[in-house]
Design a protein around this ligand. Sequence first.
Ligand code: GLN
Length: 456
Amino acid sequence: QAHLDRIAAVDGDVHAFLHVNAAALETAAQVDADRAAGVALPELAGVPIAIKDVLCTLDMPSTSGSKILEGWVPPYDATVVARLRAARMIPLGKTNMDEFAMGSSTEHSAYGPTRNPWDLERIPGGSGGGSAAAVSAFEAPVALGSDTGGSIRQPAAVTGSVGVKPTYGGVSRYGAIALASSLDQVGPVSRTVLDAALVHDVIGGHDSRDATSIPDAWPSMAEAARRGARGDVLKGLRVGVVRELRGESGGFQAGVKQRFEETLDLLAGAGAEIVEVSAPNFEYAVAAYYLILPAEASSNLAKFDSVRFGLRVEVPGGTVEDVMAATREAGFGPEVKRRIILGTYALSAGYYDAYYGSAQKVRTLIQRDFAAAFEKADILVSPSAPTTAFRFGEKLADPLAMYLNDVTTIPANLAGVPGMGLPMGLAPEDGLPTGLQLMAPAREDARLYEAGAAIE
Ligand code: GLN
Protein backbone atom coordinates (compact mmCIF):
# COMPACT_ATOMS: atom_id res chain seq x y z
CA GLN A 1 0.00 0.00 0.00
CA ALA A 2 2.84 2.37 0.84
CA HIS A 3 4.36 1.86 -2.59
CA LEU A 4 1.00 2.28 -4.36
CA ASP A 5 0.47 5.51 -2.37
CA ARG A 6 3.90 6.71 -3.40
CA ILE A 7 3.17 5.89 -7.06
CA ALA A 8 -0.12 7.81 -6.82
CA ALA A 9 1.71 10.77 -5.28
CA VAL A 10 4.71 11.11 -7.60
CA ASP A 11 4.22 9.13 -10.78
CA GLY A 12 2.20 11.89 -12.43
CA ASP A 13 5.53 13.77 -12.51
CA VAL A 14 8.02 10.90 -12.83
CA HIS A 15 6.06 8.64 -15.24
CA ALA A 16 8.08 5.57 -14.35
CA PHE A 17 5.10 3.25 -14.82
CA LEU A 18 3.18 2.36 -17.97
CA HIS A 19 0.85 0.09 -16.01
CA VAL A 20 0.19 -0.35 -12.29
CA ASN A 21 -0.86 -3.84 -11.17
CA ALA A 22 -4.47 -3.64 -9.96
CA ALA A 23 -4.10 -7.03 -8.23
CA ALA A 24 -0.98 -6.08 -6.22
CA LEU A 25 -2.77 -5.61 -2.88
CA GLU A 26 -4.77 -8.79 -3.27
CA THR A 27 -1.60 -10.79 -4.00
CA ALA A 28 0.06 -9.17 -0.98
CA ALA A 29 -2.94 -10.05 1.19
CA GLN A 30 -2.52 -13.72 0.24
CA VAL A 31 1.11 -13.58 1.39
CA ASP A 32 -0.01 -12.02 4.68
CA ALA A 33 -2.66 -14.70 5.12
CA ASP A 34 -0.14 -17.48 4.46
CA ARG A 35 2.31 -15.91 6.87
CA ALA A 36 -0.36 -15.65 9.54
CA ALA A 37 -1.24 -19.32 8.94
CA GLY A 38 2.38 -20.29 9.58
CA VAL A 39 3.22 -21.25 5.97
CA ALA A 40 6.98 -21.25 5.35
CA LEU A 41 7.65 -18.42 2.91
CA PRO A 42 10.67 -17.54 0.75
CA GLU A 43 12.96 -14.72 1.91
CA LEU A 44 11.51 -12.05 -0.40
CA ALA A 45 7.85 -13.01 0.02
CA GLY A 46 5.70 -9.88 0.00
CA VAL A 47 8.41 -7.57 -1.36
CA PRO A 48 7.04 -5.44 -4.23
CA ILE A 49 8.97 -5.25 -7.47
CA ALA A 50 8.60 -3.15 -10.63
CA ILE A 51 9.04 -4.93 -13.96
CA LYS A 52 10.41 -3.42 -17.16
CA ASP A 53 7.83 -3.56 -19.92
CA VAL A 54 10.19 -5.61 -22.12
CA LEU A 55 9.25 -8.64 -19.98
CA CYS A 56 6.17 -10.71 -20.75
CA THR A 57 3.56 -10.81 -18.00
CA LEU A 58 0.39 -12.92 -18.16
CA ASP A 59 -1.78 -10.47 -16.28
CA MET A 60 -0.48 -7.12 -17.51
CA PRO A 61 0.13 -5.57 -20.94
CA SER A 62 3.67 -5.88 -22.29
CA THR A 63 4.44 -3.23 -24.90
CA SER A 64 8.23 -2.92 -24.87
CA GLY A 65 7.56 0.83 -25.06
CA SER A 66 6.10 0.49 -28.57
CA LYS A 67 2.77 1.45 -30.16
CA ILE A 68 2.95 -1.74 -32.21
CA LEU A 69 2.29 -3.75 -29.02
CA GLU A 70 -0.16 -1.31 -27.40
CA GLY A 71 -2.51 -3.26 -25.11
CA TRP A 72 -0.95 -6.64 -25.94
CA VAL A 73 -1.24 -9.10 -23.04
CA PRO A 74 1.13 -12.07 -23.51
CA PRO A 75 -0.16 -15.63 -23.16
CA TYR A 76 2.68 -16.50 -20.76
CA ASP A 77 5.07 -15.11 -18.13
CA ALA A 78 8.75 -14.58 -18.80
CA THR A 79 10.75 -17.09 -16.75
CA VAL A 80 12.11 -14.30 -14.53
CA VAL A 81 8.55 -13.12 -13.83
CA ALA A 82 7.40 -16.66 -13.07
CA ARG A 83 10.32 -16.93 -10.62
CA LEU A 84 9.36 -13.66 -8.89
CA ARG A 85 5.87 -14.99 -8.42
CA ALA A 86 7.17 -18.35 -7.16
CA ALA A 87 9.23 -16.37 -4.62
CA ARG A 88 5.94 -14.67 -3.63
CA MET A 89 7.20 -11.22 -4.60
CA ILE A 90 4.49 -8.73 -5.60
CA PRO A 91 4.62 -7.33 -9.16
CA LEU A 92 3.82 -3.61 -8.75
CA GLY A 93 3.49 -2.84 -12.43
CA LYS A 94 5.32 -2.38 -15.73
CA THR A 95 7.91 0.33 -16.21
CA ASN A 96 8.56 2.71 -19.07
CA MET A 97 11.42 2.24 -21.49
CA ASP A 98 12.78 3.35 -24.83
CA GLU A 99 10.89 1.59 -27.62
CA PHE A 100 12.19 -2.00 -27.88
CA ALA A 101 15.00 -0.97 -25.49
CA MET A 102 16.68 1.23 -28.10
CA GLY A 103 18.02 4.33 -26.42
CA SER A 104 19.82 5.87 -23.47
CA SER A 105 17.25 8.39 -22.23
CA THR A 106 13.71 6.86 -22.34
CA GLU A 107 12.84 9.67 -24.77
CA HIS A 108 12.22 7.02 -27.45
CA SER A 109 9.29 5.53 -25.51
CA ALA A 110 6.09 5.69 -27.58
CA TYR A 111 4.30 6.62 -24.33
CA GLY A 112 6.28 9.72 -23.41
CA PRO A 113 9.51 9.99 -21.42
CA THR A 114 10.18 9.14 -17.79
CA ARG A 115 11.64 12.01 -15.74
CA ASN A 116 14.66 11.77 -13.46
CA PRO A 117 13.51 12.05 -9.81
CA TRP A 118 16.68 14.04 -9.01
CA ASP A 119 15.73 16.73 -11.55
CA LEU A 120 12.50 16.45 -13.49
CA GLU A 121 13.99 18.41 -16.40
CA ARG A 122 16.50 15.63 -17.01
CA ILE A 123 16.49 12.13 -18.47
CA PRO A 124 16.53 9.08 -16.17
CA GLY A 125 18.82 7.17 -18.53
CA GLY A 126 17.72 4.40 -20.84
CA SER A 127 16.50 2.22 -22.08
CA GLY A 128 15.31 1.19 -18.59
CA GLY A 129 14.69 4.69 -17.27
CA GLY A 130 11.34 3.63 -15.81
CA SER A 131 12.78 0.89 -13.59
CA ALA A 132 15.63 3.10 -12.32
CA ALA A 133 13.35 6.09 -11.71
CA ALA A 134 10.82 3.91 -9.87
CA VAL A 135 13.55 2.70 -7.49
CA SER A 136 15.14 6.11 -7.13
CA ALA A 137 11.78 7.82 -6.43
CA PHE A 138 10.92 5.17 -3.78
CA GLU A 139 7.98 3.95 -5.87
CA ALA A 140 9.47 0.44 -5.73
CA PRO A 141 12.23 -1.04 -3.53
CA VAL A 142 13.61 -3.12 -6.42
CA ALA A 143 12.97 -3.54 -10.14
CA LEU A 144 13.88 -5.69 -13.11
CA GLY A 145 15.62 -4.25 -16.15
CA SER A 146 17.27 -5.56 -19.29
CA ASP A 147 20.73 -4.65 -20.48
CA THR A 148 21.82 -5.07 -24.09
CA GLY A 149 24.34 -2.24 -24.18
CA GLY A 150 23.94 -0.61 -20.77
CA SER A 151 20.20 -0.23 -20.20
CA ILE A 152 20.44 -1.32 -16.56
CA ARG A 153 23.81 0.21 -15.61
CA GLN A 154 23.48 3.64 -17.25
CA PRO A 155 20.01 4.41 -15.81
CA ALA A 156 21.32 3.22 -12.42
CA ALA A 157 24.26 5.63 -12.74
CA VAL A 158 22.20 8.72 -13.51
CA THR A 159 19.57 8.01 -10.82
CA GLY A 160 21.97 7.05 -8.02
CA SER A 161 20.88 3.39 -8.05
CA VAL A 162 22.53 -0.03 -8.17
CA GLY A 163 22.09 -2.08 -11.36
CA VAL A 164 23.54 -5.38 -12.51
CA LYS A 165 23.95 -6.94 -15.93
CA PRO A 166 24.61 -10.61 -15.17
CA THR A 167 26.91 -12.91 -17.14
CA TYR A 168 25.38 -13.70 -20.53
CA GLY A 169 23.42 -16.90 -19.98
CA GLY A 170 23.16 -16.39 -16.22
CA VAL A 171 19.55 -15.18 -16.25
CA SER A 172 16.87 -16.54 -18.57
CA ARG A 173 15.83 -14.51 -21.63
CA TYR A 174 12.68 -16.59 -22.13
CA GLY A 175 9.79 -14.15 -22.41
CA ALA A 176 12.03 -11.08 -22.64
CA ILE A 177 11.01 -9.36 -25.88
CA ALA A 178 14.27 -9.69 -27.82
CA LEU A 179 16.31 -6.70 -28.91
CA ALA A 180 19.67 -8.32 -29.80
CA SER A 181 19.68 -11.93 -28.65
CA SER A 182 23.44 -12.34 -28.37
CA LEU A 183 23.68 -9.29 -26.06
CA ASP A 184 20.44 -9.15 -24.02
CA GLN A 185 20.47 -9.96 -20.29
CA VAL A 186 17.84 -9.38 -17.61
CA GLY A 187 19.02 -8.09 -14.23
CA PRO A 188 18.11 -6.25 -11.02
CA VAL A 189 17.89 -2.54 -10.18
CA SER A 190 17.90 -1.57 -6.51
CA ARG A 191 19.07 0.90 -3.88
CA THR A 192 21.66 -1.39 -2.30
CA VAL A 193 24.02 -4.10 -3.54
CA LEU A 194 22.46 -6.68 -1.19
CA ASP A 195 18.97 -5.96 -2.55
CA ALA A 196 20.23 -6.54 -6.09
CA ALA A 197 21.89 -9.79 -4.99
CA LEU A 198 18.70 -11.08 -3.35
CA VAL A 199 16.72 -10.45 -6.55
CA HIS A 200 19.52 -11.95 -8.67
CA ASP A 201 19.29 -15.16 -6.63
CA VAL A 202 15.54 -15.32 -7.32
CA ILE A 203 15.69 -14.78 -11.10
CA GLY A 204 19.03 -16.44 -11.95
CA GLY A 205 20.01 -19.98 -12.79
CA HIS A 206 19.42 -22.47 -15.55
CA ASP A 207 16.27 -22.39 -17.68
CA SER A 208 15.75 -25.13 -20.26
CA ARG A 209 13.52 -22.73 -22.23
CA ASP A 210 16.49 -20.49 -23.07
CA ALA A 211 18.98 -22.25 -25.35
CA THR A 212 21.83 -19.97 -24.20
CA SER A 213 21.17 -20.48 -20.49
CA ILE A 214 24.24 -21.73 -18.60
CA PRO A 215 23.42 -25.15 -17.10
CA ASP A 216 25.82 -24.98 -14.12
CA ALA A 217 24.88 -24.18 -10.54
CA TRP A 218 25.61 -20.64 -9.26
CA PRO A 219 26.83 -19.51 -5.85
CA SER A 220 24.51 -17.32 -3.76
CA MET A 221 24.92 -13.67 -4.72
CA ALA A 222 23.36 -12.59 -1.41
CA GLU A 223 26.01 -14.53 0.50
CA ALA A 224 28.68 -12.83 -1.59
CA ALA A 225 27.18 -9.41 -0.82
CA ARG A 226 26.99 -10.18 2.90
CA ARG A 227 30.59 -11.37 2.85
CA GLY A 228 31.61 -8.15 1.11
CA ALA A 229 29.77 -5.93 3.57
CA ARG A 230 31.31 -7.73 6.55
CA GLY A 231 34.89 -8.51 5.66
CA ASP A 232 37.84 -6.65 4.26
CA VAL A 233 37.60 -8.22 0.82
CA LEU A 234 39.18 -5.16 -0.77
CA LYS A 235 42.52 -5.91 0.86
CA GLY A 236 44.82 -7.30 -1.83
CA LEU A 237 42.06 -7.21 -4.48
CA ARG A 238 43.62 -6.41 -7.84
CA VAL A 239 41.50 -3.60 -9.27
CA GLY A 240 42.15 -2.96 -12.95
CA VAL A 241 41.55 0.55 -14.26
CA VAL A 242 40.74 0.36 -17.95
CA ARG A 243 42.87 3.10 -19.50
CA GLU A 244 40.52 3.49 -22.49
CA LEU A 245 37.51 4.12 -20.19
CA ARG A 246 39.24 6.55 -17.84
CA GLY A 247 37.95 9.54 -19.75
CA GLU A 248 41.22 10.83 -21.15
CA SER A 249 39.97 10.80 -24.73
CA GLY A 250 37.24 13.37 -24.16
CA GLY A 251 33.46 13.19 -23.79
CA PHE A 252 33.71 12.51 -20.05
CA GLN A 253 32.31 15.10 -17.66
CA ALA A 254 34.88 16.61 -15.27
CA GLY A 255 32.88 15.73 -12.14
CA VAL A 256 32.52 12.11 -13.25
CA LYS A 257 36.28 11.83 -13.74
CA GLN A 258 36.92 13.52 -10.39
CA ARG A 259 34.64 11.15 -8.45
CA PHE A 260 36.21 8.20 -10.27
CA GLU A 261 39.78 9.21 -9.38
CA GLU A 262 38.69 9.79 -5.75
CA THR A 263 37.12 6.33 -5.70
CA LEU A 264 40.41 4.82 -6.85
CA ASP A 265 42.15 6.58 -3.96
CA LEU A 266 39.56 5.20 -1.53
CA LEU A 267 40.05 1.70 -2.93
CA ALA A 268 43.82 2.01 -2.57
CA GLY A 269 43.30 3.26 0.98
CA ALA A 270 41.22 0.15 1.73
CA GLY A 271 44.12 -2.04 0.63
CA ALA A 272 43.23 -2.73 -2.99
CA GLU A 273 46.05 -2.96 -5.48
CA ILE A 274 45.26 -0.53 -8.31
CA VAL A 275 46.70 -1.60 -11.65
CA GLU A 276 46.21 0.09 -14.99
CA VAL A 277 45.18 -2.24 -17.79
CA SER A 278 44.81 -1.47 -21.46
CA ALA A 279 42.02 -2.70 -23.70
CA PRO A 280 42.96 -1.17 -27.05
CA ASN A 281 40.00 -2.56 -28.99
CA PHE A 282 37.42 -0.95 -26.66
CA GLU A 283 37.86 2.09 -28.91
CA TYR A 284 35.88 0.22 -31.58
CA ALA A 285 33.22 -1.22 -29.26
CA VAL A 286 30.53 1.39 -29.95
CA ALA A 287 31.02 1.07 -33.72
CA ALA A 288 30.88 -2.74 -33.64
CA TYR A 289 27.86 -2.74 -31.31
CA TYR A 290 25.87 -0.37 -33.51
CA LEU A 291 26.28 -2.85 -36.40
CA ILE A 292 25.69 -6.07 -34.45
CA LEU A 293 22.70 -4.72 -32.52
CA PRO A 294 20.76 -3.35 -35.53
CA ALA A 295 21.54 -6.54 -37.48
CA GLU A 296 20.05 -8.75 -34.76
CA ALA A 297 17.23 -6.31 -34.03
CA SER A 298 16.16 -6.12 -37.67
CA SER A 299 15.79 -9.89 -37.61
CA ASN A 300 14.05 -10.03 -34.20
CA LEU A 301 11.56 -7.28 -35.10
CA ALA A 302 10.54 -8.98 -38.36
CA LYS A 303 7.92 -10.87 -36.33
CA PHE A 304 5.88 -7.68 -35.91
CA ASP A 305 4.16 -8.30 -39.22
CA SER A 306 0.55 -7.22 -38.44
CA VAL A 307 -0.52 -10.87 -38.27
CA ARG A 308 0.80 -12.39 -35.06
CA PHE A 309 0.95 -9.63 -32.45
CA GLY A 310 -0.54 -6.27 -31.63
CA LEU A 311 -1.30 -3.52 -34.08
CA ARG A 312 -2.82 -4.10 -37.51
CA VAL A 313 -3.55 -1.22 -39.88
CA GLU A 314 -6.12 -2.27 -42.48
CA VAL A 315 -5.57 -1.11 -46.05
CA PRO A 316 -8.83 -1.50 -47.98
CA GLY A 317 -8.12 -3.36 -51.20
CA GLY A 318 -4.42 -3.62 -50.28
CA THR A 319 -2.15 -6.66 -50.45
CA VAL A 320 -0.71 -8.38 -47.37
CA GLU A 321 2.48 -6.43 -48.00
CA ASP A 322 0.54 -3.16 -47.99
CA VAL A 323 -0.94 -4.09 -44.59
CA MET A 324 2.48 -4.99 -43.19
CA ALA A 325 4.03 -1.79 -44.49
CA ALA A 326 1.22 0.39 -43.15
CA THR A 327 1.32 -1.37 -39.77
CA ARG A 328 5.08 -1.05 -39.39
CA GLU A 329 4.99 2.55 -40.63
CA ALA A 330 2.40 3.46 -37.98
CA GLY A 331 3.60 1.15 -35.19
CA PHE A 332 7.35 1.78 -35.06
CA GLY A 333 8.97 5.04 -33.96
CA PRO A 334 11.87 6.77 -35.73
CA GLU A 335 14.72 5.17 -33.75
CA VAL A 336 13.35 1.66 -34.34
CA LYS A 337 13.00 2.35 -38.06
CA ARG A 338 16.51 3.78 -38.19
CA ARG A 339 17.96 0.62 -36.66
CA ILE A 340 15.91 -1.77 -38.81
CA ILE A 341 17.18 0.02 -41.91
CA LEU A 342 20.78 0.03 -40.62
CA GLY A 343 20.64 -3.65 -39.68
CA THR A 344 19.01 -4.76 -42.93
CA TYR A 345 21.65 -2.84 -44.85
CA ALA A 346 24.53 -4.30 -42.80
CA LEU A 347 23.25 -7.83 -43.42
CA SER A 348 22.57 -7.47 -47.12
CA ALA A 349 24.55 -9.45 -49.70
CA GLY A 350 27.66 -7.56 -50.76
CA TYR A 351 27.91 -5.63 -47.47
CA TYR A 352 27.72 -8.49 -45.01
CA ASP A 353 31.48 -9.16 -44.80
CA ALA A 354 32.42 -5.49 -44.77
CA TYR A 355 30.07 -4.53 -41.94
CA TYR A 356 28.60 -7.42 -39.95
CA GLY A 357 31.64 -9.68 -40.49
CA SER A 358 34.08 -6.96 -39.44
CA ALA A 359 32.00 -6.10 -36.38
CA GLN A 360 32.06 -9.73 -35.28
CA LYS A 361 35.85 -9.78 -35.63
CA VAL A 362 36.09 -6.67 -33.45
CA ARG A 363 33.87 -8.43 -30.93
CA THR A 364 36.40 -11.27 -30.71
CA LEU A 365 39.23 -8.78 -30.22
CA ILE A 366 37.31 -7.14 -27.38
CA GLN A 367 36.81 -10.53 -25.74
CA ARG A 368 40.58 -11.05 -25.97
CA ASP A 369 41.20 -7.63 -24.41
CA PHE A 370 39.04 -8.68 -21.46
CA ALA A 371 40.86 -12.01 -21.13
CA ALA A 372 44.24 -10.24 -21.07
CA ALA A 373 43.00 -7.64 -18.56
CA PHE A 374 41.64 -10.32 -16.22
CA GLU A 375 45.10 -11.90 -16.06
CA LYS A 376 46.27 -8.73 -14.34
CA ALA A 377 43.18 -7.83 -12.35
CA ASP A 378 40.40 -9.53 -10.35
CA ILE A 379 37.86 -6.87 -11.25
CA LEU A 380 37.88 -4.00 -13.74
CA VAL A 381 36.53 -0.54 -12.92
CA SER A 382 35.40 2.50 -14.89
CA PRO A 383 32.74 5.16 -14.59
CA SER A 384 29.32 3.61 -15.43
CA ALA A 385 28.50 6.45 -17.80
CA PRO A 386 30.59 9.35 -19.14
CA THR A 387 28.16 12.04 -17.94
CA THR A 388 25.46 12.68 -15.37
CA ALA A 389 21.81 12.91 -16.48
CA PHE A 390 21.50 15.21 -19.47
CA ARG A 391 18.55 17.47 -20.28
CA PHE A 392 15.59 16.36 -22.38
CA GLY A 393 16.21 16.98 -26.06
CA GLU A 394 19.96 17.47 -25.63
CA LYS A 395 20.94 14.38 -27.64
CA LEU A 396 17.64 13.52 -29.32
CA ALA A 397 18.39 15.13 -32.68
CA ASP A 398 21.84 13.54 -32.90
CA PRO A 399 21.69 9.72 -32.71
CA LEU A 400 25.47 9.43 -32.69
CA ALA A 401 25.75 11.63 -29.58
CA MET A 402 23.17 9.37 -27.90
CA TYR A 403 25.08 6.22 -28.94
CA LEU A 404 28.38 7.57 -27.56
CA ASN A 405 26.84 7.72 -24.07
CA ASP A 406 27.13 3.89 -24.07
CA VAL A 407 30.92 3.87 -24.48
CA THR A 408 31.54 2.56 -20.96
CA THR A 409 28.84 -0.12 -20.81
CA ILE A 410 28.91 -1.75 -24.27
CA PRO A 411 32.20 -3.72 -23.95
CA ALA A 412 30.75 -5.98 -21.21
CA ASN A 413 27.78 -6.90 -23.42
CA LEU A 414 29.99 -7.66 -26.40
CA ALA A 415 32.09 -10.01 -24.25
CA GLY A 416 29.22 -11.46 -22.20
CA VAL A 417 30.91 -10.57 -18.90
CA PRO A 418 28.96 -9.33 -15.87
CA GLY A 419 28.86 -5.64 -14.95
CA MET A 420 27.56 -3.76 -11.92
CA GLY A 421 26.83 -0.06 -11.59
CA LEU A 422 26.72 1.51 -8.15
CA PRO A 423 26.54 5.07 -6.82
CA MET A 424 29.85 6.98 -6.82
CA GLY A 425 28.72 10.28 -5.30
CA LEU A 426 27.39 13.49 -6.80
CA ALA A 427 29.21 15.46 -9.48
CA PRO A 428 30.32 18.77 -7.93
CA GLU A 429 29.32 20.89 -10.95
CA ASP A 430 25.64 19.84 -11.12
CA GLY A 431 24.94 17.91 -7.89
CA LEU A 432 23.73 14.87 -9.87
CA PRO A 433 24.57 11.20 -9.28
CA THR A 434 27.57 9.53 -10.90
CA GLY A 435 28.12 5.77 -11.21
CA LEU A 436 31.01 3.38 -10.69
CA GLN A 437 31.09 0.31 -12.93
CA LEU A 438 32.66 -2.98 -11.83
CA MET A 439 33.25 -5.81 -14.32
CA ALA A 440 34.30 -9.41 -13.63
CA PRO A 441 35.10 -12.46 -15.77
CA ALA A 442 32.14 -14.44 -17.11
CA ARG A 443 30.43 -16.51 -14.38
CA GLU A 444 32.13 -14.48 -11.64
CA ASP A 445 29.06 -12.36 -10.84
CA ALA A 446 29.54 -13.14 -7.14
CA ARG A 447 32.84 -11.26 -7.26
CA LEU A 448 30.92 -8.10 -8.24
CA TYR A 449 28.51 -8.46 -5.32
CA GLU A 450 31.34 -9.08 -2.88
CA ALA A 451 33.37 -6.08 -4.05
CA GLY A 452 30.29 -3.90 -4.63
CA ALA A 453 28.98 -4.44 -1.10
CA ALA A 454 32.43 -3.64 0.30
CA ILE A 455 32.68 -0.43 -1.74
CA GLU A 456 29.18 0.92 -1.05
N1 GLN B 1 21.64 2.58 -25.18
C1 GLN B 1 21.86 1.30 -25.79
C2 GLN B 1 21.12 1.21 -27.09
O1 GLN B 1 20.44 2.12 -27.41
C3 GLN B 1 21.51 0.23 -24.81
C4 GLN B 1 20.29 -0.54 -25.10
C5 GLN B 1 20.00 -1.62 -24.10
O2 GLN B 1 20.83 -1.99 -23.27
N2 GLN B 1 18.82 -2.16 -24.20
O3 GLN B 1 21.23 0.26 -27.80
